[in-house]
Design a protein around this ligand. Structure first.
Ligand SMILES: C[S@@+](CC[C@H](N)C(=O)[O-])C[C@H]1O[C@@H](n2cnc3c(N)ncnc32)[C@H](O)[C@@H]1O
Length: 348
């Protein structure tokens, strides 16, 4: 496959997802609002919304497109997987001799192996090129943002930076480093530890870090790390907690509490604050169609109570604007319910 065909196909994918985001979504929303107005009682939860949209052709088309565009992204003639596979020798060589600390015997949790997350065949961890595939795929994850997709992590870093300067940072579930590098650049005097279950992702993270002296990429389970108690003053994650089943999510927050020093803070960018039954219905459907089954339990979790139980204080749930000019409340287009979960470890 030549580069032009691949790029054209991936451009087509992004354009189609943009159509889905900006044209189909508002129509579904309008269909729902019209039906809700005529309904005998006001819809209370996602099941009520489902009943109103049951059999609606446009909604079925919306759902089908969501699932199958994602499949098209990875597999088939112009997918990310075959494209990178054809360049295996060169890409694989680029990952040799990076500074990443790999743990080939690390046990992969059941939830991680059982689901091909994002419909990425084999998940983001089972093939040496998965970091590259994930990196390229991330460009079309947020169609509303288009080329501004990289801004997301910078904006998150700026929000965290506006509340203090850390010295020791742990980025849990760092992927290929898209979440880590902005912190390394923003805080050049800090030591940054970036950990992820995926060996291919941490290898690419280390490769992309080049000569950056203040970061270490390590293959490690975020809810079972080898760091000492009280060793960080900032723990972060972006788009990780919704990938964890409820039990592991609690272990993840407990591990953050253990490794944070008293008074240290944690900030997690994820999908949590969701306004109303229609938004929940769409988001839970997205979780199912994109192979992300734990989005729903995260959104239903009582965050204040769960974090307070673990010894966190000053807990905040902050709706997050992912790019300049995007409205948090507009219904003109589909968007993720971006949210920052922010808390401090209590000082005894
Ligand atoms: C959606 S990606 C986000 C990656 C990165 N934070 C970013 O914003 O680009 C989620 C990442 O979480 C990692 N992950 C999932 N469960 C994990 C765990 N228990 N420990 C460490 N990493 C985990 C996955 O391997 C994946 O790289």
């Amino acid at each position: 496959m030549d580069d032009r065909s691949f790029v054209a196909a991936q451009d087509f994918l992004l354009a189609s997802k943009t159509f889905w985001t900006k044209r189909l979504y508002p129509e579904i929303r309008q269909t729902y609002e019209d039906a809700a107005e005529k309904a005998a009682s006001k819809p209370q939860d996602p099941a009520d919304v489902a009943a109103l949209l049951d059999g609606d052709t446009l909604y079925r088309y919306f759902s089908w497109l969501e699932r199958h565009l994602q499949r098209f992204k990875y597999a088939g003639r112009y997918g990310l997987v075959p494209y990178h596979d054809e360049r295996r020798a060169e890409l694989s060589a680029s990952l040799r001799n990076t500074s990443a600390e790999l743990a080939p015997d690390l046990e992969m949790p059941n939830y991680y192996q059982r689901v091909d997350i994002h419909q990425h065949p084999g998940g983001v961890w089972s093939d040496e090129l998965d970091g590259y595939v994930y990196e390229r795929g991330a460009r079309s994850t947020t169609p509303l943002m288009g080329a501004a997709h990289a801004d997301l992590h910078h904006r998150f870093t700026e929000l965290v930076a506006s509340r203090g300067e850390p010295e020791n940072i742990l980025d849990m579930g760092c992927g290929f480093g898209k979440s880590t590098h902005p912190f390394c650049r923003k805080f050049p005097a800090a030591q940054v530890e970036a950990i992820d279950l995926s060996g291919p992702c941490v290898s690419l993270g280390a490769h992309n870090a080049g000569e950056a002296p203040n970061v270490r990429f390590r293959q490690m389970n975020a809810y079972d790390t080898d760091y000492d108690d009280n060793s960080f003053d900032l723990v972060t994650s972006t788009m990780v907690i919704h990938e964890l089943p409820p039990t592991e999510m609690k272990q993840f927050f407990a591990e953050a509490a253990r490794v944070l020093a008293p008074g240290g803070r944690m900030a997690h960018l994820d999908f949590y604050a969701i306004d109303g039954p229609f938004a929940r219905f769409i988001h839970y459907g997205h979780g199912r169609r994109n192979n992300e089954p734990f989005m729903e339990p995260l959104a239903e979790m009582d965050m204040q109570a769960s974090l307070a139980e673990l010894g966190f204080t000053n807990i905040e749930v902050i709706p997050f604007q992912e790019a300049e000019g995007l409205s948090l409340t507009s219904h003109d287009a589909w968007r993720f319910p971006w949210t920052v979960i922010y808390a401090e470890k209590a000082v005894d």
